[in-house]
Design a binder for this molecule. Structure first.
Ligand SMILES: Cc1cc2nc3c(=O)[nH]c(=O)nc-3n(C[C@H](O)[C@H](O)[C@H](O)COP(=O)(O)OP(=O)(O)OC[C@H]3O[C@@H](n4cnc5c(N)ncnc54)[C@H](O)[C@@H]3O)c2cc1C
Length: 551
């Protein structure tokens, strides 16, 4: 396979050769570095590369060029090179143009000239972009193959697990691919065994559980130590932040995750309101960076492990896991977040994983290319899901109970200006219909009472969340919705809750069980944002250190 191309575009010969030199120094081994002295020449180069099927990984373009500016070139190249990373070289005065280009042409970054030293100002940005490109791009395939079907919920579970662990795989659909049908083993009754996961070492697994898949992928599943300072349940933003700050400060940390790192945020195709990422960052990318950071500092992440109980045996806190093992720590942080509420109308349960998906817009969107789909819900997560799906589906119909979506105004505006998205206000979902997958839904207008049947191939559900706290119901106090009460929220008339025996009040983020803390979406009073979850996770570290010191 030819090396992927990095294309630099600048009309000033001296600047162009400096960019090419810096690119070659760092990336020359793995990429082919090309230069073009104008937007027109660059566009022709892009056309030729695409025509020859050569992968284009990066466009690094000067904004100020005569005839065709950098942004104009990127707009013209966009249909040919949508997947390539796009970086604009700007002078200070061009930053407005660059910020506009973030939405206009999907600009990933803008860099101020000069970019010296490149080790600080150029390479970190390009390293990230090229890593991201390599993860997302479909190069000729030599890795894991998943032979499955859209009507098989287990196929969805396997895809979701791999995608959310950022493990590349090739999807082979038995309904559309002769080769896939040949690869799927048959049961004695002649039915195809899906999903079958084929590995490059020649082995395969039929309908593997996530635990088996995790073992096969070499992910750590069991604690290496007998004792930790902090056991974190859940690897969403709150847990990941606690892991990074705890282990960076020398605490022995272990983190358990039953599904995939990133939690709900990992399902977000683009988080636009997280500090420091002006053009947004995908939840998967954010999670992957945080996992790498936490591991670097020494946190153990136990994959496909579910906590089923927490016990207090002073001075220890013990987390019991579903597979019968346990983890012992001085303190436990509940960072289990929340999960989507389940649809109760006829058809929804039967078709879950076979066209009805909870939050999984990112994993499933590509399989509904050119087909109409539905999104139910009107908050930020639903809007993000709809916008992502609209890149693939022929039409996305968004069903909202109120007259308008409640998502942030920038997301509502983006949906309203996307011609593939239709928003149906005052709409209730009545039924989901289909045999092997979703074929249509029945909706009712809550004002007129009128019902209609809408044809579509999938329904993506984003209808509010419920905290994941049932497994600690007997241990800690919760509100009537299941959110864990902490710190001052536990006090009644200034007094700690019944059963509290310590001579101090519960610490901030501490639950009614001393030594068991909560952060993020599981906690009463949180604001259901990535930033508040990470903030609380980080804050919990300082409070837990204080608790452990006093033991
Ligand atoms: C699609 C989507 C888009 C979103 N977009 C944005 C956005 O753009 N901006 C924003 O600020 N917020 C956004 N949010 C909200 C944000 O993602 C959440 O507020 C945030 O993820 C909460 O973090 P958390 O760590 O508290 O919990 P979660 O993210 O829910 O993570 C909890 C983790 O704990 C695991 N877990 C639960 N129970 C157990 C158990 N018993 N054992 C082991 N593991 C367990 C779960 O599998 C999960 O991985 C979005 C949410 C969704 C669903």
């Amino acid at each position: 396979m030819p090396k992927p191309v990095l294309l630099a575009v600048d009309d000033e010969p001296a600047v162009l050769s400096a960019v090419e030199r810096d690119l070659r120094a760092r990336y020359g081994k793995d990429y082919r570095i090309l230069g073009a002295e104008s937007g027109e020449v660059a566009l022709e180069t892009v056309r030729q590369l695409v025509g020859r099927g050569e992968p284009l990984a990066l466009l690094l373009v000067d904004q100020r060029m005569p005839r065709m500016s950098g942004v104009e070139f990127l707009a013209a190249a966009l249909p040919l090179a949508a997947a390539a990373g796009k970086v604009l070289l700007t002078a200070y005065a061009d930053t407005d143009a660059a910020i506009r280009a973030i939405n206009q042409v999907g600009l990933d970054h803008y860099l101020m000239k000069p970019w010296d030293p490149p080790e600080e100002k150029l390479y970190p940005v390009l390293d990230d972009l090229l890593d991201e490109w390599r993860r997302d791009v479909r190069l000729p395939f030599e890795g894991i193959r998943v032979v499955g079907a859209l009507w098989s919920p287990d196929s969805h579970t396997v895809k979701d697990f791999l995608a959310r662990h950022q493990i590349p795989y090739l999807w082979m659909d038995v309904d559309h691919d002769e080769q896939a049908r040949g690869l799927a083993p048959r049961s004695p009754a002649g039915t195809m065994a899906v999903p079958t996961v084929l590995f490059p070492d020649g082995t395969s697994l039929v309908s593997p559980s996530t635990a088996v898949l995790a073992e096969k992928m070499g992910l750590q599943r069991h604690a290496a130590r007998d004792y930790y300072d902090m056991a974190i349940v859940g690897a969403g933003p709150a847990g990941l932040a606690a892991a990074v700050y705890g282990s960076s400060e020398g605490m022995r940390c272990v983190m358990l995750e039953r599904q995939a790192p990133g939690g709900q945020a990992g399902r977000s195709p683009k988080i636009e309101n997280y500090l420091g990422f002006p053009s947004g960052i995908s939840g998967g990318d954010l999670a992957q960076r945080a996992v790498a950071q936490a591991r670097r500092f020494g946190t153990e992440l136990l994959s496909a492990q579910e906590a089923v109980a927490v016990e207090a045996r002073d001075p220890y806190r013990i987390v019991r896991l579903k597979d019968g093992t346990q983890v012992t720590a001085g303190a436990v942080l509940l960072a289990c977040g929340a999960t989507f509420r389940v649809l109760k109308m006829p058809g929804a349960a039967d078709l879950t994983g076979r066209g009805v998906y909870y939050g999984s817009a990112h994993t499933e969107a590509a399989y509904y290319d050119g087909r109409p789909v539905f999104v139910i819900g009107g908050a930020n997560s639903a809007a993000q899901g709809a916008l992502f799906l609209a890149r693939h589906a022929s039409k996305v119909t968004v069903l909202v109970r109120g007259s308008r979506p409640t998502a942030a105004s920038y997301l509502v505006a983006a949906m309203e200006s996307d011609e593939r998205i239709e928003i149906l206000g005052n709409t209730d979902l009545v039924e989901v219909r289909g045999q092997d997958g979703v074929e249509s839904i029945v909706v009712r207008n809550s004002l007129s009472g009128e019902q209609q049947i809408l044809p579509g191939a999938a329904l993506f559900v984003f209808i509010g969340v419920r905290p994941e706290s049932d497994f600690v119901a007997g241990l800690v106090l919760r509100d009537e919705k299941g959110y864990v009460l902490t710190g001052p929220d536990l006090l009644r008339n200034g007094k700690p809750p019944p059963g509290w025996t310590l001579g101090r009040d519960p610490l901030m983020l501490e639950s009614s069980q001393p030594g068991v803390f909560a952060a993020g979406d599981i906690r009463y009073g949180t604001s259901h944002r990535v930033s508040s979850a990470t903030g609380e996770g980080a804050a919990a570290v300082a409070i837990i250190r204080q608790y452990l010191k006093a033991l």
